[in-house]
Design a protein around this ligand. Structure first.
Ligand SMILES: [Fe+2]
Length: 311
């Protein structure tokens, strides 16, 4: 069972800061890092009623352009909004709600994931108002195909992608499928379908400087991708394109209840969302150096295969 429900009493233990709570937090980090999903039947980060009512009344219009609405906490900026139909007062309110949500999740995880001691970067938050069932998206952007996450424009350089979700739909479950984690499935793809990453692609600070000096600023996002990031991006695409894997891999269906939250390392655990509407999510990039089980990090798994550093 990759899903681990957390009882309120166990959660309080950790939040109390007791030594027992600290050792429990360590166990949960190990479960997460090993490919488990931590499940809170009642979210520990409740959204204020007024915010919830506002979010549930939103509906993106005509929107194949954006999968969801993103909030960038470091710039206090929304993207993915349908600006033509959204009045600016609405956007302002949505931004305030997302700012509050992002800060609340960050504050909660600071008390919950004690072993990490905030060795993370707060990445984007998102609001997902679109019904997931039956969405018509290009293959590589489909959410209903099992995949591990990689960000095309935001290479993590080996930092892990931890995501905290909240099903804010008042009645419906959010239906996922999860597969076996990275160390167990990577042999399906590498070295057969996808070459083991090689350190030659590593870009030094000097060559980045040279690229800038040569006016190649537009190429920098690609240059900044390490061999690790390149591999993870290719794996994301290949996994979605691989019908043999989609049909044949071991998996488990999970239904997340209305009002629940869950968290998972999505660059490690293959996942797909089959149905559900209205969810909030906050992403964290976590330093692999603070892992309770360091060898579970994909970057370590791949570096072992490559026999060299990849970031
Ligand atoms: Fe994903």
């Amino acid at each position: 069972m990759p899903v681990f429900p957390i009882a309120p009493a166990e959660l309080n233990d950790v939040l109390s800061g007791s030594p027992e709570g600290a050792s429990r937090a360590r166990e949960w980090c190990a479960l997460l890092e090993g490919g488990g999903v931590l499940y809170f039947p009642q979210t520990p980060v409740p959204v204020p009623d007024a915010d919830l009512a506002f979010l549930l009344s939103r509906q993106q219009t005509g929107s194949n352009l954006h999968k969801n609405i993103a909030y960038k906490p470091n710039r206090d900026l929304l993207s993915g909004v349908d600006r033509k139909s959204a009045a600016s007062a609405e956007l302002k309110k949505l931004r305030e709600i997302m700012r509050r949500y992002s800060a609340a999740v960050d504050a909660f995880l600071s008390r919950f994931l004690i072993p990490y001691d905030r060795h993370w970067r707060l990445d984007y938050a998102s609001f997902r108002p679109i019904e997931e069932e039956g969405r018509d998206l290009p293959l590589r952007r489909r959410n209903d195909l099992l995949h591990t996450d990689a960000f095309p424009t935001r290479p993590t350089r080996g930092w892990r992608i931890l995501r905290f979700f909240h099903n804010i739909h008042p009645e419906r479950t959010r239906d996922w499928v999860v597969g076996a984690p990275f160390p167990r499935i990577i042999g399906n793809f590498t070295p057969g379908k996808l070459a083991v990453p090689r350190p030659e692609g590593l870009v030094s600070g000097a060559s980045k400087f040279a690229a800038r000096a040569a006016g190649l600023g537009g190429l920098l996002p690609h240059i900044k991708r390490t061999p690790y990031d390149e591999f993870m991006m290719q794996l994301h695409n290949l996994m979605k394109e691989d019908s043999e894997f989609q049909l044949g891999c071991s998996r488990q269906k999970v239904q997340f209840a209305p009002g629940s939250s869950w968290m998972v390392y999505t660059e490690t655990v293959p996942h797909a969302v089959l149905a559900g509407q209205y969810a909030l999510e906050q992403t964290f990039l976590v330093d692999p150096a603070v892992m309770v089980v360091p060898e579970s990090a994909p970057v370590r798994v791949l570096e072992k295969m490559a026999g060299a550093r990849l970031v």
